[in-house]
Design a protein around this ligand. Structure first.
Ligand code: MGD
Ligand code: MGD
Ligand code: MO
Length: 819
């Protein structure tokens, strides 16, 4: 056995799967010998690591690691660079930043902060410093691509803000877990979440998987419910229909937690304000009625616990007429709305047999408390509406905010979001030059077309690999990059984005720098460099400091990475306690969290209030109209969407399908993490066996195509020429490809992202977001006083749309160039 000379704790370099694992790094002769799972204090069996975690030990040593600052010598994207000194790189970059600021204003500098794949993500020091830089210089931050936010906005409609419920793995599970969209088991959530799910299954918890294709999670589930892509809202409404028609809803829960019994004016679609119906009632209050039609006031909770209905015994299905206007409860309106969604009509839309819809609905209630595990699989422009419909089902069943029964957006962290570290201690400099701005693709393009508008000329890509991962590469390659005066990539390896950059700055990996993250399983963790930085790699903190020095904001950037960690802990976690455990890992007390203590212990478990309190909801901010959970939205009534509903989109358009009959489904790979791990030989070898496009044999036969031949995948945006694979697990009507392979795998032809719609553009405008977004922005910016730069500027565009693409797969039409 190798003798270890040093052990450190580090964040997994493959942080992008949202499992947020910490690894124990073993170093020998100054080199990482291995990484393994690290144990957290306490008895919870959290923090497992997966194959990618183990292999992340190889990332610092990968062949394409960038070890020196690089300056472009060829055309953008050509990949020709020369090595230059740090001083030259920083002097030239800083000079261009200053020049741009003088000519177009400091907001012409944009920083990309798409943090998903960066170890520590938005809790990392890097992310804090990006904000700090933006405030200190009044630079802009680029709104990243619309991914992973369908659920966020779906729940925002129902709950006012953010996720309805548990964002971390609960201690308890009820009797059933429905995994609805997503492929967590051993695949996208390969560590703690997989263990959580399999342990539950072993205890007898039933696992149901609802998905459009047969994947690893389907294989392991107790029941797999295949659904046609993008039609989940119909299935959820069919299930709601069953609950409503068979009386399987949880009346107590609906009365106590939701606006189900509230009356709505059926002429205006607005919630009836009590003041207009009942004398002496306040403007802020609402109304309900009992079985005899007697009206009663329901006070707005105003952020306090709900006070109840007073003397009134509200009738969930009341309908009353006052001065010739009919008022109905939202529950009655929902029942009427769902009458069309019979299990049979549902079947026509989703392909799920009516009987299966009934069985799954009945069991979901019979097995209460049951969890709906909402992953990110509903990546369609109608995701907000699909998620609303699923949440409606959960509310009807009363499976929200309960031990063992809730809605989950799984992950190991997230509770610490609310109770952990106050990152503003770093993010906000004492004297910000401006409040910065979050800019969209739209505003950037507008500026390029209209010189009287704000120009965005410098892009500092401090995180992420947008040229690989953001749909519609063309937008960046042909419309945005040519208008930029400077494009800089901070990277650890040569990516598609780095290849297009003017300068590439070599950053340290997670194994080579200091970090503290308050996250995984409610622990705060101190990470120290396991090895010396390779080559000339420097931490992001150092790079910021050096640029700051050259552009005149050095006062705000005077601390080293290690010193920032002390600030983050001693100031950002001031007053917080950690649980003290004895040798048997029993909790025996608590102690204040200080930087010195953390340095000594490395991992401390933060004392947190329970996230899912018995009453379920006190954690939620309820900034909806009524201050309650709302499956009925008066705001969206105005655009004909009072309820979560099956929303049309390109893929469900029969006419469009005539030309391009296949869903172009660009999925994530088991061995890759978006673009990461593609540079690990073993992973690449395993994945490249599946390079190409996969079709069901029935679709191949229709087209006279055979396994292994080269084919053209075409749509109006381009042609991708790749080998064909026949696979029975790919549904009829789909062309499946894995993304992550970088540009050089598609010589002379398009990459998958080229064939995709651009996100955050008018192509992706939806009625729901157009109507809803202003209220989201208002609540965040005006009510909660979140700086605009720290909110999502989703605007009228869908927050998810990756898989709503059509294509056809054809015999190759000519030899030679196809792109
Ligand atoms: N190995 C690996 N793991 C990863 C990543 C990676 O690249 N590789 N990426 C990480 C990131 S950033 C994210 S956001 C997560 C995402 O992880 P998940 O939330 O699990 O989402 P996806 O893998 O995008 O979802 C794919 C699955 O969604 C389901 N699905 C697709 N369309 C539909 C539909 O119309 N209806 C229903 N009901 N189901 C559908 C199918 O089961 C499909 O296998 O994964 C993370 N983990
Ligand atoms: N077609 C299609 N497109 C998709 C998806 C899909 O399913 N299909 N999924 C979407 C989703 S959900 C997401 S979240 C996005 C992900 O989009 P990205 O966040 O762009 O994905 P990554 O490839 O993980 O990019 C992270 C980059 O950070 C670099 N990196 C890692 N560690 C460090 C570090 O310590 N310092 C520095 N400077 N760099 C580091 C990595 O080398 C990598 O290039 O992709 C989206 N794009
Ligand atoms: Mo993601």
């Amino acid at each position: 056995m190798a003798s270890t000379e040093k052990v450190t704790y580090n964040l997994c370099q493959g942080w992008g799967c949202h499992e947020h694992c910490l690894v124990e790094t073993h170093v020998k002769d100054g080199k990482i010998d291995r990484v393994q799972k690290c144990l957290f204090p306490g008895k919870r069996p959290a923090n497992d690591i997966c194959m990618k975690g183990i292999l992340s030990a190889k990332i610092p040593y990968a062949k394409d690691r960038i070890l020196h600052p690089l300056k472009r010598v060829g055309e953008r994207g050509e990949g020709k660079f020369e090595e230059i000194s740090w001083d030259q790189a920083l002097d030239e970059i800083s000079a261009k930043i200053k020049e741009s600021a003088e000519k177009y204003g400091p907001r012409s500098i944009m920083l990309n902060q798409f943090w998903c794949g960066y170890p520590g993500d938005w809790k990392s020091t890097q992310n804090d410093l990006i904000y700090r830089f933006a405030f200190a210089y009044d630079a802009s931050i680029l709104e990243y691509q619309a991914v992973d936010y369908g659920l966020t906005f779906g729940t925002a409609v129902v709950n006012g803000l953010f996720t309805v419920n548990s964002r971390r793995l609960p201690d308890d599970t009820g009797k059933e877990i429905i995994i609805w969209g997503g492929n967590p088991l051993g695949f996208t959530r390969p560590a703690a979440s997989t263990h959580f799910l399999l342990d539950a299954q072993e205890r007898g918890v039933k696992i149901v998987h609802i998905s459009n294709l047969f994947d690893v999670t389907s294989a392991r589930a107790d029941q797999w419910v295949p659904v046609k892509s993008g039609t989940d809202a119909a299935l959820a409404l069919g299930m709601c229909n069953v609950l409503l028609e068979e009386g399987l809803y949880n009346a107590d829960f609906l009365l106590e937690k939701t606006s189900a019994a509230y009356l709505v004016n059926t002429e205006t679609g607005a919630y009836a304000r009590a003041a207009s119906l009942i004398e002496g009632a306040s403007e802020n209050d609402f109304a309900a009625a009992d079985e005899q039609g007697k009206l009663g006031v329901v006070p707005h909770p105003m952020g306090q616990p709900f006070a109840g209905y007073g003397d009134l015994k509200p009738d969930l299905f009341a309908s009353v007429e006052v001065n010739g206007v009919v008022y109905k409860t939202t529950m009655l309106l929902l029942k009427e709305f769902c009458q069309q969604w019979t299990p049979e009509k549902q079947e026509a839309a989703t392909g799920v047999p009516a009987e299966t819809c009934r069985q799954v609905a009945r069991e979901y209630v019979a097995n209460s408390p049951a969890i709906i595990y909402l992953y990110y699989g509903l990546r369609y422009p109608n995701a907000v509406q699909s998620n609303r419909a699923i949440l409606t089902l959960a509310l009807l069943a009363g499976n929200v905010g309960k031990k063992g029964g809730t809605i989950m957006l799984a992950g190991q962290g997230e509770q610490t979001t609310m109770f952990g570290m106050d990152q503003n201690v770093v993010r906000m400099p004492p004297n910000p030059r401006g409040m910065s701005e979050r800019v969209t693709i739209e505003t950037i393009l507008e500026g390029f077309e209209d010189p009287t508008k704000q120009q965005h000329k410098v892009w500092l890509n401090c995180m992420g690999n947008p040229l690989l991962n953001w749909p519609n590469k063309d937008l960046w390659r042909r419309r945005i990059l040519p208008n930029l005066d400077l494009f800089v990539s901070w990277e650890i390896r040569m990516t598609d984005t780095a290849r297009y950059a003017d300068y590439v700055l070599p950053e340290t990996t997670t194994f080579e720098r200091y970090e503290t993250v308050c996250d995984t399983d409610n622990c705060v963790m101190y990470c120290e460099p396991a090895i010396e930085p390779l080559g000339e790699a420097k931490s992001g903190t150092w790079i910021f400091n050096e640029i700051a020095k050259r552009i005149g904001i050095e006062d705000d950037f005077s601390l080293s990475a290690e010193e920032w960690q002390q600030v983050r802990i001693d100031e950002g976690m001031k007053g917080k306690n950690a649980i003290v455990f004895d040798d048997e890992q029993n909790a025996i007390g608590s102690e204040p969290i200080t930087f010195d203590k953390l340095k000594e212990k490395k991992v401390m478990r933060v004392e947190m209030p329970p996230y899912i309190p018995e009453d379920g909801l006190s954690m939620d901010m309820h900034t909806t109209t009524t201050g309650r959970f709302e499956f009925y939205s008066e705001l969206l009534y105005n655009v004909g969407r009072p309820f979560g509903d099956l929303e049309p989109m390109e893929m469900l358009d029969e006419k469009k399908r005539e030309e391009y009959p296949l869903q172009f489904y660009v999925g994530r790979h088991k061995y890759f993490m978006q673009g990461q791990f593609t540079n690990i030989e073993e992973n690449h070898l395993l994945a490249s066996k599946q390079f190409g496009v996969a079709l069901n044999p029935i679709e191949a036969e229709k087209r006279g195509l055979v396994d292994g031949e080269l084919v053209d995948v075409v749509n109006e945006r381009g042609t991708m020429r790749v080998p064909l694979q026949l696979r029975d697990d790919i549904p009829v009507g789909m062309a499946h490809t894995w993304y992550s392979f970088d540009e050089k795998h598609y010589p002379g032809t398009c990459c998958p992202q080229d064939l995709m719609h651009a996100e955050n553009t008018p192509e992706r405008e939806t009625a729901v977001m157009r109507a809803y977004y202003p209220s989201y922005a208002y609540i965040n910016i005006e009510v909660l006083k979140t700086p605009q730069v720290m909110t999502h500027v989703a605007g009228p565009y869908t927050p998810e749309g990756l898989w709503d693409q059509l294509c056809d797969v054809r015999k190759i039409s000519n030899e030679g160039e196809v792109a």
